[in-house]
Design a protein around this ligand. Structure first.
Ligand code: AVI
Length: 312
């Protein structure tokens, strides 16, 4: 039994302001819907970061100043599509490295490994499945200099307190010469951000409602998906996109596994996700607060996104 999942869902649905964590979006179906999101025209984040890693791989690698074989440790590697460009550059230029992708999803890691072996057969790949921190501690024993990758604006899904805690934890487990390349979505025209998250094809809605299907399956619940909708809102003042599931009517949902009835009033919200946007000053502040300094921001040509290189 996944006790944490059960407890988090129950705590979230019985709180005065209901909430569910977006980290639970990514079951197999959710991961597939996220792939669809990444291919949406309006979800500019993927293209922007792909452009950075494709066109500025040399600049990024030069800025690392590693003269010996090094590790590239990627947290939440997913399908590794963007990282591929960086790895390709290294391979083409005979720069020695080991690629260590870490993800909690075995399916994601297996797919990534298979694709990589096909497209870059000479790359040394040591995939790891599991919890970031356990892996980080293990890797600290290794004396090879490491570049940590935390791409895709994953940091945006953490609250300020959670983000600082996570970044400090990375920092505590980094050796003095290690570096962190962190993908961060930048504040921009609010309409562009709104359209990325409130897509007219309803893919992001499906992504959110899939969590209710997951709860139905794993907690034997009886959410009727058609009685719920999706809403999201970007606040340009604080850079926060907040996503919600909306109960379309007064209703009750039974979680059989936990023997718990949950009541919803009409239009009641379940907050599901934060996707925070930063500007370059916010990024400096976050880096300083967590014990880093920003070496370089690698921006795409539209200045929508940065892969920000941080040193200890
Ligand atoms: C994974 N994460 C960075 C995505 C984001 O942009 O916050 C998840 C997502 N949610 C809705 N669309 C994409």
């Amino acid at each position: 039994m996944d006790y944490t999942f059960d407890k988090d869902i129950l705590d979230g649905l019985t709180a005065p302001k209901k909430h569910l964590s977006s980290k639970y979006f990514y079951d197999d179906a959710g991961s597939r819907i996220f792939q669809e999101i990444m291919h949406m025209q309006s979800y500019y984040l993927t293209d922007s970061e792909f452009e950075i890693l494709s066109l500025q791989a040399k600049q990024i690698v030069d800025a690392l100043e590693f003269n010996v074989p090094f590790n590239i440790i990627e947290f939440g590697a997913g399908d590794g599509f963007k990282t591929f460009k960086l790895l390709e550059y290294l391979e083409e230029n005979n720069i020695a490295f080991h690629y260590i992708p870490i993800d909690i999803s075995k399916e994601a890691i297996d797919m990534l490994t298979e694709k990589l072996k096909e497209r870059l057969p000479n790359v040394s790949i040591k995939p790891k499945i599991g919890d970031y921190f356990k892996m980080l501690k293990e890797l600290k024993q290794d004396t090879t200099p490491s570049l940590l990758l935390f791409l895709g604006s994953n940091i945006g899904n953490y609250s300020y307190d959670e983000a600082t805690e996570l970044l400090q934890l990375f920092n505590n487990n980094m050796k003095p010469k290690d570096k962190l390349l962190i993908g961060i979505d930048l504040k921009k025209n609010p309409i562009t951000i709104h359209n990325a998250y409130f897509d007219k094809d309803g893919i992001t809605k499906r992504f959110n409602l899939n969590l209710l299907l997951r709860i139905n399956r794993e907690l034997e619940a009886d959410f009727k998906i058609d009685d719920f909708d999706f809403y999201c809102h970007y606040n340009p003042t604080n850079g926060e996109v907040k996503s919600y599931i909306v109960s379309l009517k007064k209703q009750q949902v039974y979680l059989k596994k936990l023997d718990k009835m949950i009541s919803f009033s009409q239009n009641e919200l379940i907050w599901t996700e934060l996707s925070k946007k930063y500007n370059l000053i916010d990024i400096e502040d976050l880096a300083t607060k967590t014990g880093y300094s920003v070496a370089t921001n690698f921006l795409d040509c539209k200045h929508y996104f940065t892969d920000s290189l941080w040193v200890k």
